[in-house]
Design a protein around this ligand. Structure first.
Ligand SMILES: [Zn+2]
Length: 437
């Protein structure tokens, strides 16, 4: 077994992933992917800083990928083993706290999703291409990493695919390079990113830029008109959310990838979202998800939970953003949505503790709706000006950082006449559904 130090909360939600003994400042991933054979070859350069004395380094990597070579600062380590999704690198000399090393891992194989407590996640083959949907445990399906959400790092991607395919990844795209039979795409993700938000999409796609906004739509040519039509209000959503939540957090702007394949759910990644063709419609159930995924750029991607028990800090706010979009459209107000869902939740079992729902319920719809109700209760108590001011303080103070529920409660106590834990405690720490203020 490995010597990795697991956070007890994260270990409950995503067992066996992440190591508290070290942190990663940068991942540089050089990948070659052939969709026809689903073959991935990678070289990962990982900049590591020891947080304490470290005789070995434990990286998360799916056991189905084969590790060919490991170097630490250019030299072979004492040894390495790769078993049960852990690459354990035994160092020649233990690192002292504060030491930094660069670990180079060469690996290859046929990537696929990894099973977890809440289903499969990670690299997924499409009919003609691939996507990555890693939340919460799928990042090691395609690169070696310290897979804990509190360890955010910068990324660089260099991805080579056969001619005819294109690549979208997190970050600012660089110039692509062509050879006789391949194309290489590069992306720089400078703002810190959690491993589960790292994403690469490979497909026969092109970028369709929207004028006047840092919003890009990527799809096949066949889907382009439908995708642009269904996503045409994203610039307006972005403007609304910037007004309410503060400046958009990422230099790369926002790219929506639409796959030819239908997908069960859309998914957020940093500066990206991925939607299946089945969501490209004007129906409210599709449009609310367009707003939901965009709002995750603030709540989840810029401000990322430190531990998985606080998933409501992502999903409650993203669900509330749906209601805000409805209100902006002149349809149902956020208050009407809140009362509607409060009545529905009151009929359901009240056995969920929002601030620690457990791995089985972390993506339960009640986490989303009750989380949004907790947010709405703040708005009702504080009033619109103080409420939206608080949201902007929240996204500003913890921009690109890691957050816990207690950080939000402390901010409420500091910025308002209320104790944060008094306002939020009944929603977050007790199973019974409180009344709206
Ligand atoms: Zn969400």
């Amino acid at each position: 077994m490995s010597d990795a130090l697991r956070d007890p909360v994260d270990h409950r939600y995503v067992p066996g992933h992440g190591d508290e003994r070290y942190a990663v400042s940068a991942y540089d991933l050089d990948l070659l992917y052939v969709p026809e054979t689903n073959r991935l070859s990678g070289i990962a350069l990982i900049s590591v800083r020891a947080e304490r004395r470290l005789p070995n380094l434990v990286l998360d990597l799916h056991h189905r990928l084969r590790v060919d070579k490991v170097l630490v600062d250019g030299k072979r380590p004492a040894r390495f083993t790769h078993k049960r999704d852990h690459l354990v690198v035994t160092l020649r000399q233990p690192l002292a706290a504060g030491d930094e090393v660069e670990v180079r891992v060469g690996y290859s194989g046929a990537p696929r999703t990894m099973p977890g407590l809440d289903g499969d996640a990670g690299w997924e083959e499409l009919t003609d291409g691939s996507i990555v949907a890693s939340q919460p445990h799928g990042a090691p399906s395609w690169f070696p990493c310290n897979d804990r959400p509190s360890d955010k790092a910068s990324y660089r991607f260099e991805v080579t695919v056969p001619t005819g395919y294109a690549v979208v990844a997190n970050g600012v795209p660089g110039r692509s390079r062509r050879s006789a039979s391949t194309v290489t795409f590069t992306f720089e993700q400078a703002e810190p990113m959690a491993t589960y938000l790292a994403s690469v999409h490979v497909g026969r796609v092109a970028v369709h830029d929207e004028p006047d906004a840092p919003v890009h739509v990527v799809s096949s040519r066949e889907l382009a008109d439908q995708a642009r039509h269904a996503l045409r209000r994203q610039p307006e959503m972005l403007a609304l959310f910037e007004d309410r939540f503060g400046p958009y957090p990422f230099a790369a702007g926002y790219t929506t990838v639409v796959t030819d394949d239908d997908l069960e759910i859309p998914l957020e990644a940093q500066a990206l979202s991925i939607f299946g063709a089945n969501f490209m419609s004007d129906d409210w159930d599709a449009q609310r998800l367009v707003a939901h995924e965009l709002s995750h750029q603030w709540f989840g991607n810029s401000l990322t939970l430190q531990h998985w028990n606080d998933i409501w800090l992502h999903e409650g706010f993203a669900c509330y953003a749906e209601w805000m979009w409805s209100e902006h459209l002149g349809d149902r107000t956020a208050d009407e949505w809140a009362r509607h869902h409060h009545a529905r939740l009151a009929e359901l079992p009240q056995d969920l503790v929002l601030a620690d729902p457990g791995p089985d319920l972390m993506f339960d719809d009640r986490v989303y709706k009750r989380g949004a109700l907790a947010v709405h209760s703040l708005r009702l108590t504080l009033g619109d000006d103080a409420f939206f001011g608080l949201l902007r303080d929240w996204t500003d103070r913890f921009r690109h950082g890691s957050v816990r529920t207690i950080d939000l409660e402390d901010l409420i106590s500091e910025r308002t006449d209320h104790e944060g834990s008094d306002l939020l405690g009944p929603w977050l720490r007790r199973p019974e559904l409180p009344d709206l203020p």
